[in-house]
Design a protein around this ligand. Structure first.
Ligand SMILES: [Zn+2]
Length: 92
């Protein structure tokens, strides 16, 4: 466990709640500054969490929460990718 994980609870940056009932997905900025969606939750780097929920993703997109949480610019395609994941989960 990284130190950061112990210090910070896994709070969704969209709805700002810990949402134990919803699945949280981790977005990580790697040490070389690449932002990716971390479905394993094990990639190194600064992480942020979002509910696997369309509303939370759109909220985060509007407020640019991901960029603020990760302290770097986040490409819009990351949000599109998250939405595609949510749609994939719902489509089962
Ligand atoms: Zn949320």
């Amino acid at each position: 466990m990284a130190d950061e994980k112990r210090r910070r609870p896994r709070t969704c940056i969209g709805c700002l709640s810990e949402s134990p009932k919803k699945t949280l997905i981790r977005i990580v900025r790697s040490p070389d500054g690449i932002v990716t969606i971390d479905r394993t939750g094990k990639k190194p780097g600064r992480g942020a969490y979002l509910c696997l929920d369309m509303e939370c993703i759109e909220k985060a997109r509007k407020k640019n929460s991901l960029a603020r949480a990760l302290r770097c610019t986040v490409d819009n395609s990351i949000y599109d990718e998250l939405i595609a994941i949510v749609e994939g989960e719902q489509g089962r």
